[in-house]
Design a protein around this ligand. Structure first.
Ligand code: G3P
Ligand code: MG
Length: 388
């Protein structure tokens, strides 16, 4: 009974909020844009959608919340994209084209690499600065492949880099799984470093995805960062350090949240600051930074222009033309906070399939709308935008 009453109150609240938003948002110009079209100039949608992945679309590798069925509603019957959308995740570790393929298979639709924005996607912009410098890429998946595909020329994964320094990890002999991985992987084929890691200093460290072997990585990163990029040498200036995101926790497949890249950053920072007489310097990317949302809006704008090349608004487009871009996320501090900091045209939709599990709204970072699943989110958005 109590649950039923909660549901009623929630439904009434979200309905009145939705009605209010509808009235506020449907300015005359929006309506003109929504309904004016001719045969020569097909109508382009005046809204776009950004979906978080972990805790909204997937948990681990399993789709959740009716995601495959719901995402298919954004495509025409012939499989062409009808509604501009992208995935805006703080995760990563594989190139965007690989993730697009994986999502296409899991969701049963055709997703293009331009529809995938990882936490590390903005690292592309740093290629000019580090193009020919030795850099170390950290994290699960294939962090060095990601960075090489972005154009960085001298990249080593932390796994490979650490493997060239004998005894750098005194606990390695106790990690039986590690021995196995090395035998099956690069160590059997590659014994000599591709670069002179014993004299060439590491000029940049990029945490691409969630670190795997925290103990080893904390040790090796402290070595690199405290010595000016050459483990085993004396103290030196800290090379630049970048994190693709700063999520303290994320949902994943386990029933309760898992420690994310932000937790690793806290561990590294706290240890580094204890063993050095100056604080760790770093830059973090990913949501909730407003520039991530601005970049996503630009990508959506390009996407809609490619979908509707003859539409009148496409020809006139100079800046963001969307009247609304919906951020569908599960993490109030990251997804919802980011969308509200980004401001117009962002509107936030919070699901209950991940980090957020509350009955009502998040007290600290309230969303514009709260729904149970991504399928409810898509139903809500399409109804609000008068799309059948
Ligand atoms: O490791 C991934 C996690 O930190 C966040 O992923 O999709 O919820 O932004 P997502
Ligand atoms: Mg998430």
């Amino acid at each position: 009974m109590r649950g039923f009453l909660f549901a009623l109150v929630r439904a009434a609240r979200s309905r009145s909020r939705a009605e209010l938003q509808t009235v506020q948002r449907r300015r005359p110009s929006d309506l003109a844009q929504r309904f004016s079209h001719s045969a020569a100039a097909p109508e382009r949608p005046s809204f776009g959608i950004a979906f978080d992945i972990d805790g909204v679309i997937l948990r681990g590798r399993s789709p959740i919340g009716g995601a495959p069925r719901a995402i298919r509603r954004l495509y025409s019957e012939d499989g062409t994209l009808k509604i501009p959308f992208l995935f805006l995740t703080n995760g990563g570790g594989v190139p965007e084209h690989r993730r697009a393929l994986e999502l296409s298979q899991l969701l049963g639709v055709n997703i293009s690499p331009t529809q995938v924005v990882h936490g590390h996607s903005p690292y592309r912009e740093l290629v000019d600065r580090f193009e020919n410098d030795l850099i170390v890429a950290v994290g699960k998946g294939e962090p060095a492949v990601v960075m090489s595909e972005y154009g960085f020329r001298k990249v080593l994964s932390i796994d490979e880099y650490a493997s060239y320094f004998k005894d750098i990890d005194p606990l390695a002999p106790f990690k039986t799984w590690k021995v196995e991985q090395e035998t099956n992987n690069y160590m059997s084929a590659k014994v000599h470093p591709s670069y002179d890691v014993y004299s060439e200093r590491v000029k940049g460290v990029f945490v691409v995805s969630d670190p795997v072997d925290w103990g080893r990585d904390l040790q090796v990163l402290c070595d690199i960062l405290s010595t000016g990029g050459l483990p085993g040498s004396g103290k030196g200036d800290q090379p630049p350090l970048y994190f693709a995101a700063d999520d303290l926790e994320y949902q994943a497949a386990f029933p309760s949240e898992r420690l994310g890249m932000g937790a690793f950053r806290i561990a590294l920072e706290s240890i580094f600051n204890q063993i050095n007489d100056h604080p760790l310097k770093y830059t973090s990317y990913g949501k909730p930074n407003p520039f991530v949302f601005k970049n996503a809006a630009t990508i959506l704008e390009k996407l809609v222009m490619s979908m509707y090349p003859n539409s009148q608004t496409s020809k006139e487009v100079k800046d963001c033309q969307f009247s609304t871009i919906y951020m569908v996320g599960d993490n109030p501090e990251v997804d919802i906070n980011g969308a509200s900091k980004a401001g117009h045209p962002w509107s936030s939709v919070l699901t209950r399939t991940g980090v957020f599990r509350g009955n009502d709204n998040d007290p600290q970072f309230p969303a514009d709308t709260v729904v149970d699943t991504v399928e409810d989110a898509i139903n809500y958005i399409l109804e609000k935008e008068c799309i059948r």
